[in-house]
Design a protein around this ligand. Structure first.
Ligand code: AMP
Length: 302
């Protein structure tokens, strides 16, 4: 089984209470691909400018990620995002978004990717996500991520997209914003009534909740003593989760396991800046943390 990821490839400038980095490798696709590649053959589609360090695509290839779907526009600038975290690192502010080569990007899915059965539409403009779906056949699973920016400025496209996906990932604030409801349960119910089978709500350091046909499943995040940079936590959570699902049968038990794998992957991501730690973590280390999570949540019978 294999996985196709389409999303942003970025150079991030970040400031957190623990330091800052300039033009660090980031983007939803990159985080998700490092996370997923432990579990399945992963292919990515995206665009970079001539300023993107070529060796970084080589690093992804070394991990087994197929990067032939990444277009390089030699005279263009890579997508750049700037963010600042507050002392409470659950809160962040976008300082700038420079689309660069993304402004003209039109994803071209290589022929050999078109039969991939699991598709992760990582966070990008929903019009591009729709374009990707129009080029692939009928995958067994389409998972989509989004963010407040697109809910704000591209709500119609997003509504159209939501009719074509199986699972939606978003954070708690975005779930309320998108559904125009006041509680997460109502938000998830409304989104599921609209046709999405599963809604997975990320709650940062407080974990995640999955609303699905078999009911609700909630998981805490791993308690960590050192969080340096939360950037990419959502993307690496998603990458671990879809990577696991791409290589396992889709049933309620594997969805739960997939959430644990995503949570474990994200826990590595936030322990260092940019992709440093998510790239270094091994499959076994990720699974070990997923097992810790299992132990952490055992409640003896009443
Ligand atoms: P996360 O912390 O999981 O929400 O994801 C952070 C990543 O999303 C960063 O590496 C950014 O480069 C990327 N990003 C930020 N804004 C956007 C956007 N508007 N479209 C696509 N990717 C973005």
């Amino acid at each position: 089984m294999s996985l196709l990821i389409v999303g942003s490839i970025a150079l991030d400038t970040l400031k957190t209470p623990h330091g800052d980095v300039n033009d660090a490798i980031g983007g939803s696709t990159v985080y998700a691909a490092y996370a997923a590649a432990h579990f399945t053959k992963t292919s990515i589609v995206g665009v970079v400018g001539g300023d993107f360090p070529k060796r970084e695509l080589g690093e992804l290839e070394k991990r087994g990620v197929d990067t032939k779907g990444v277009e390089t526009v030699s005279g263009g600038q890579t997508f750049r995002w700037g963010g600042k975290y507050f002392d409470d690192m659950n809160r962040r502010e976008t300082l700038f978004t420079e689309l660069g080569v993304f402004a003209e990007f039109s994803p071209k899915i290589p022929e050999s990717y078109k039969k991939i059965q699991t598709v992760f539409l990582a966070n990008i403009d929903p019009d591009l996500q729709l374009d990707v779906l129009s080029q692939v056949g009928k995958p067994r699973l389409v998972v989509c991520d989004t963010m407040n920016l697109w809910i704000d400025i591209k709500r119609q496209s997003l509504q159209k997209l939501l009719k074509k996906i199986d699972a939606l990932l978003l954070n708690d604030e975005e779930a309320l914003m998108l559904s125009e409801e006041k509680s997460l349960v109502e938000a998830a119910n409304k989104l599921r009534k609209g046709g999405i089978e599963r809604v997975i709500v990320k709650k940062g350091e407080h974990g995640s909740i999955m609303f699905g046909p078999e009911g609700v499943f909630a998981l805490p995040a791993l308690p960590l003593s050192k969080v340096k940079d939360p950037t990419g936590a959502g993307d690496s959570f998603a990458g671990g989760m879809v990577g696991y699902l791409a290589s396992h049968p889709m049933n309620p038990a594997n969805w739960r396991r997939a959430l644990a794998v995503g949570t474990a992957t994200a826990s590595f991501c936030v322990e260092d800046f940019s992709i440093r730690k998510v790239r270094k973590a091994t499959r076994e280390e990720v699974l070990e943390r997923a097992r810790q999570l299992r132990d952490l949540t055992q409640i003896p019978k009443f």
